[in-house]
Design a protein around this ligand. Sequence first.
Ligand code: FAQ
Length: 327
Amino acid sequence: MYTTELGKTGPTPNEREDPALVAAFEARVAADEFIEPKDWMPEAYRKTLVRQISQHAHSEIVGMLPEGNWLTRAPSLRRKTILFAKIQDEAGHGLYLYCAAETLGTSRQEMIEALHSGKAKYSTIFNYPTLTWADMGAIGWLVDGAAIMNQVPLQRTSYGPYARAMVRVCKEESFHQRQGYEIMMAMMAGTAKQQAMAQDALNRWWWPSLMMFGPPDDNSPNTERSMRWRIKRDTNDDLRQKFVDATVPQAELIGLKVPDDDLVWNEAKAGYDFGAIEWDEFYAVVRGEGAVAKERLLARRKAWDDGAWVREAADAHEAKRQARQAA
Ligand code: FAQ
């Protein structure tokens, strides 16, 4: 049994589980075989997956909100159609992920209720406000960039349905990252005011993007076991380092300055050293104290309520179809 920083207890391996089954499961995972829905798996593996996949799904769904906010204010038709396509992709990602979690025996209804009641977590990054159009560039470039860094290795996660969902998700995220970077490039090639907007967006999104990778490894209660079970293929700190190393040169190329005075290239480790992350801020946002956390949940609940007629219509259509088939 462990207790997280947030005072929550995690799943404990079930002592009554057959050691032979556990050993066979561990051997399959160690041999890089995929575990499929009908295969035997330890209860703690199932719970960890439901936790991670449902949090991931919620992040995709809540993640549509900060960008949806700018659809009506995109500066051109081209920008509007691209942003619209991107947001639709995020909805699709949420749906694949809910489906993957459902294969583990949790219903979508349960997961949605957990999100709407505030019980479920979703990525801290979506509790920050989007103040200017440049934030659309920063989100695509940094937030989708961080998401890809985390999700490319998840294509080899040990649970088959999760790994397969990640293949298409990663292809789409890479388009998202490029569209965000292209917005930043356009702004940095623009007027002094546009350049200042782009820099301001980077200043506000840089540190929250580094927090997306989760707490430092020595304070990450789930990492060790998730790595052993190959649910996670890299640790939080390793992915964060890779993200910094990939992103700093992109910023410099277009004349942006990463807002970190301690950022310095370290020849010996062939990577950047970077400044301390404000972990108190991270934990506060995880606890639901983010700047727009309440607004995000209200928007989700409203969308759910407003969509009730669509769900009812779909049910009625299905009932008619079944009646026709029976006749
Ligand atoms: N936010 O022991 P660890 C996207 C929690 S998708 C909130 O290290 P773990 C697409 C964690 O749940 C972005 N909570 O946990 C997009 C745990 O709490 P619990 C989402 C966080 O699971 C782009 C506790 O802290 N991506 O952006 C966060 O081993 C643009 C201890 O942490 C994924 O979900 C956080 N940032 O590692 C959409 C990827 N970090 O549950 C729209 C899949 C940690 O024990 C627009 N997930 N916590 O009570 C993962 O890879 C992992 O779950 C981590 C966390 C790395 C996020």
